[in-house]
Write a protein that binds this ligand. Structure first.
Ligand code: ATP
Length: 603
């Protein structure tokens, strides 16, 4: 690129010099061009004053009146000089024509050369990352060589079942002939699904690392360009590349960007996506797994994928990558803690227990934030305190100490958060309150954070109903104490309404509506295939849902108010503690209530 810049600068200089030459050359009076006999006549008439003989071919000179002329002279003309002398012409002699060949070349061809050089450079640039106009149809897959930065199963923890599923593929890539001999058919494609940051990409890389084969990685969105046909061409190119480098792994991240159900969109942009998907289906059919190519795709949304992708012969093996459980989290922490200095005796198990719901990527981030926090405090090793600081930062967002709150604002925030926390502490089955703070964090003025004490992913009616009550708790407290509500409660109302709607429409938890799925909130289908069928139920049902929804939210709002009125003293004390300490622990609230934990459901 440096050379290219130099060339451009050079070309511009050449052009500048040429232009200067053209514009700055002295304005000479135009020379008359004479044929030789005219010249000879003028000499004989005594009209010529000077003559400069250039080489043996031409003469330039002036007339007596100052006009200039030039003429070509015939070869072998011995009488020329004699004639000039006899007519008193001043004679001079120049060996050759004044302009050197290269100047002539530059003057005549310079602009063309300049344009040519610029054109070549532009073409080169367009093929580079900046333009890519000429490489649109090429796949943008990144290649990772097995020898460089090799990632193995050692680098991944907490996903043993997924590793077990993938071992067979590694064995096959290592020695395809063993499988071919027995006539077994190895899956061509593996679809990995799971929440963001659970290690899907890492697993795919580890398969390549373990088998020591090249790894080509591309994101589904890289196929999509604004030009029709480009995506399909990129898919072809990706598989072409794969064939050249077999055995290898082709990894398509975020496959839902191209693999979404066909017909689920509107407009030409969508046609392009469908064309790309069709090409992907064709390629998946076209290659034989015996060629040694394994396609691994990852998605957070397996539910929106086109069923054709998932049928046997394409992505016929599906691996669900779950969020890690407490043991998995400890193992993942061990892997990432290798890169930092830990204080002796630090208990990673305790940190793992305090981070339910954290993904592998969250845990990596946790270790990093803890290390950054410790470095800020000039510590030599990381302590439990640093991990707790990092966890709060991740859970509640970074603190915004610079934000100044008025006393009134602070007070209403304190009561708002105290309301959430107290209702939570009084609600059976609620996740335990972790911390309550009125230090603004992220976009919120205050935060009440919860830490579930198990990894249970199935929730019952009581738990969800409790969440609606807790969400309304903040607004309820403000209303009881100040007899007015602030805009700070809008998010709570939204959360309460959405949980209540899920209970009614998705989970069949409303007796009146019954166990029917009325949930078609999937925004991905708002246009296209499902265009115009946003609602699959009658107006009557819609009004029943609205009625139930309102009833449920108002019921929980009243319930929250009742709980707070019954414990108004404690509400005041929690709010006072918040005004004083700004951040308090869930256990402090339980202590005020004289409890060690949330009440059991039966109490
Ligand atoms: P996304 O769906 O957002 O693409 P992903 O599931 O592909 O996410 P990765 O990119 O593989 O997630 O993970 C991000 C980082 O988190 C990895 O580089 C790795 O360091 C860490 N990580 C995630 N899961 C694990 C795990 N199980 N063990 C160790 N590290 C992990």
């Amino acid at each position: 690129m440096k050379n290219e810049n130099l060339l451009i600068i050079f070309s511009i200089l050449v052009l500048a010099v040429l232009l200067m030459n053209i514009f700055s050359s002295p304005v000479e009076s135009p020379k008359e061009t004479l044929i030789y006999s005219q010249f000879a006549y003028q000499v004989r008439q005594g009209q010529v004053s000077t003559a400069n003989i250039i080489g043996e071919t031409s003469i330039e000179g002036t007339f007596l009146d100052g006009r200039q002329f030039q003429t070509n002279i015939p070869p072998n003309n011995p009488n020329l000089v004699e004639m000039l002398r006899q007519n008193d012409v001043q004679i001079s002699y120049s060996p050759e024509s004044g302009t050197p060949w290269y100047v002539t070349l530059l003057v005549h061809w310079g602009p063309f050369i300049f344009i040519f050089v610029i054109w070549i450079l532009l073409m080169k640039r367009m093929q580079g990352p900046a333009g890519r106009l000429f490489s649109l149809g090429k796949s943008k897959a990144q290649r990772v060589d097995p020898t460089k930065k090799r990632i193995t199963f050692q680098d991944i923890a907490g996903v043993q079942e997924c590793k077990d599923e993938l071992v067979e593929i590694i064995e096959y890539l290592k020695d395809p002939s063993r499988f071919r001999k027995l006539g077994g058919r190895i899956p061509k494609g593996v679809l990995m699904s799971g929440s963001p940051g659970t290690g899907k990409t890492l697993l795919a890389k580890a398969v390549a690392g373990e088998a020591e084969v090249p790894f080509f990685s591309i994101s589904g969105s890289d196929f999509v360009e604004m030009f029709v046909g480009v995506g399909a061409s990129r898919v072809r190119d990706l598989f072409e590349e794969g064939r050249k480098n077999a055995p290898c792994i082709l990894f398509i991240d975020e496959i839902d960007a191209v693999g979404r159900s066909r017909g689920a969109g509107l407009g030409s942009g969508n046609d392009e996506r469908e064309q790309t998907l069709n090409q992907l289906l064709v390629e998946m059919d076209g290659f034989d797994a015996t060629e040694g190519i394994i396609v691994i795709a990852a998605t957070n949304r397996p539910d929106v994928l086109d069923p054709a992708l998932l049928r046997p012969g394409r992505f016929d093996r599906q691996v669900a990558v779950p969020l890690p459980d407490v043991r998995g989290r400890e193992e993942i922490l061990k892997i990432h803690a290798q890169k930092v200095v830990l204080n002796d005796g630090i208990n990673l198990e305790k940190i793992a227990k305090g981070t339910p719901g954290f993904s592998g990527a969250d845990l990596k981030n946790l270790v990093n934030e803890a290390a950054l926090g410790a470095a800020r405090k000039n510590k030599t090793a990381l302590t439990l305190e640093d991990f707790e600081y990092a966890r709060d930062k991740i859970l509640m967002g970074p603190e915004r100490h610079s934000m100044v709150m008025s006393e009134k604002e602070k007070r209403s925030t304190a009561y708002h958060e105290a309301g959430h926390a107290l209702v939570a502490a009084l609600t059976p089955k609620s996740d335990p309150v972790h911390k309550v703070t009125i230090v603004p964090r992220g976009r919120a003025l205050g935060v009440t954070s919860f830490l579930p004490d198990n990894d249970n992913r199935a929730y019952d009616t009581e738990y969800l109903a409790g969440r609606v009550t807790i969400a309304m708790g903040g607004r309820a407290a403000e209303e009881i104490i100040f007899d007015e509500v602030t805009t700070g409660a809008s998010n709570d109302i939204q959360q309460a309404t959405s949980t209540a709607r899920d209970m009614i429409c998705r989970y069949g938890m409303s007796e009146i509506v019954g166990p029917i799925s009325l949930d078609n909130n999937d925004q991905h289908y708002v246009f296209g295939r499902d265009f115009g069928k946003e609602r699959e139920y009658s107006d009557d049902t819609a009004s029943v849902i609205d009625h139930e929804l309102r009833k449920m939210v108002i019921f929980h709002d009243n319930k929250a108010k009742q709980l707070l009125r019954d414990h108004i003293d404690i509400l005041h004390r929690v709010a006072d503690m918040l005004m004083e300490q700004e951040t308090i622990d869930g256990s402090q609230i339980l202590a005020l209530l004289g409890q060690e934990q949330n009440p059991s459901p039966t109490s």
